[in-house]
Design a protein around this ligand. Structure first.
Ligand SMILES: Cc1cc2nc3c(=O)[nH]c(=O)nc-3n(C[C@H](O)[C@H](O)[C@H](O)COP(=O)(O)O)c2cc1C
Length: 184
């Protein structure tokens, strides 16, 4: 699988970090394209004191690089995950504003009827957020908020974050060793 991970300017960079690690370790994933929004770069560095580095599987694209394969429906991309997703990006995508590589790629995923997952990180929600989530859900996207669960008794932040990250992998049918209710 070829996956696009877009990191936007919401808090919760650790969700992106854990997502990239889990995708990289999955034999089902051949390639991971990564795009940061302008704001996301600063937030990621301030929350994690590190940056994302290119590897054999990871390729990083600039926020305005419309030559990236996934900027067009003819380019190969099996799924796009926006993690974390800001309310601003949610709104621009819901309005069809394709003014950056991230919003354009999301628009492409929707028009091509391919999986688009938005890991929204905002609280509380206003009516505009809720209506934008409704619009994108009706257009075929999956809103998968950064909303951790506790029933697996997570013992640290990494385990807590993984309750969200591994659910994303579940949605895309990527095998993982996350907690499965009724099996443990
Ligand atoms: C430190 C910091 C944390 C932020 N956290 C959030 C957040 O959790 N959710 C959100 O919707 N916006 C958050 N924002 C605001 C967005 O970064 C801002 O609205 C931005 O324009 C979103 O655009 P982008 O999605 O293209 O990065 C935060 C901004 C800063 C500086």
């Amino acid at each position: 699988m070829k996956i696009l991970v877009a990191i936007t300017g919401a808090s919760g960079s650790i969700y992106a970090q854990r997502l990239l690690l889990n995708l990289e370790n999955s034999p089902k994933i051949d390639k991971i394209s990564v795009v940061f929004s302008k704001n996301a770069i600063k937030i990621y560095e301030s929350e994690l004191k590190t940056t994302v580095k290119e590897t054999k599987k990871i390729q990083i694209f600039e926020a305005q690089d419309f030559t990236a394969p996934f900027a067009s429906g003819s380019g190969e991309c099996d799924a796009m995950i926006i993690c974390p997703c800001s309310a601003g990006s949610l709104g621009r995508i819901a309005s069809g504003v394709s003014d950056s590589l991230i919003t354009r790629a999301a628009d492409v995923m929707l028009k091509e009827r391919r999986p688009l997952i938005l890991v929204l990180r905002e609280t509380p929600y206003n009516l505009i957020h809720i209506k934008n989530m409704e619009t994108l859900t009706l257009a075929g996207a999956i809103i998968c908020p950064a909303c951790p669960s506790f029933y697996s008794n997570p013992q640290n932040i990494t385990q807590l974050v993984d309750t969200v990250v591994l659910r994303i992998l579940d949605i895309l049918k990527i095998p993982n060793n996350g907690f499965k209710w009724g099996k443990n």
